[in-house]
Design a protein around this ligand. Sequence first.
Ligand SMILES: [Zn+2]
Length: 230
Amino acid sequence: MGLRTALPPAVSMSKKCTNCRLVNRSSAVRCERCDGELIGPTGQKTSRRSTGQTVLLRAAICAAVCVAVILGFYFSLVISAKPLDIEQKYTVRQAIRVLRDKGFQTEAMLLENFTVYRSNDNWLNASVPKENAFAATNFPFEIMTLYSDFFTYPEDDVERAAILLHEAKHLQGKDEPEAYEFVWKNRETLGWTREKYRASPVWTNIRRQTREVVPHLFVCGEDHLGDCTE
Ligand SMILES: [Zn+2]
């Protein structure tokens, strides 16, 4: 009674140490005597994963968690704002068509096939100051919010195309100066000219913002205040 005896050997002492040959309990992971590796009843090593397998498994779990978090974040942005109505969708398509017709194929493709449009702020946009009243883009989620001003102030599809072209640059990961500079330098190609649009509030607004954000485009002429792209 005083001696601690093991359970019947056939049932529990089924693992042999590869080092000292001691028979260990079936639940043992290392040899009780010498800490050596154990082999099971069928002669196979106990089923401990190798370090490489463990690292791989942990990396896979980590990647899966990251993907789940990113997807959750993305869907929270999408569902926390309203989609465009049919008329608004049509208006956007017309503006994209202008871009394609004028040779901005990459931007048009991005805007048409890889962008989710919303008509009001998602929770993230609502928590940060707005860049302008027309649109906002969440990069790299390719979500674009088009505010009511986008549908009311522009004179036509060309002006809406100019706004979308700016936002398309953000969809490509470009920052504010790059987006303003690209549109300003390409306004002639787009057909968005001073002659035709100088009275438009969109023209006036975007010209002022471009001057503020990309001042080096406005240092030409005798007074060094002129537009260098003209
Ligand atoms: Zn911008």
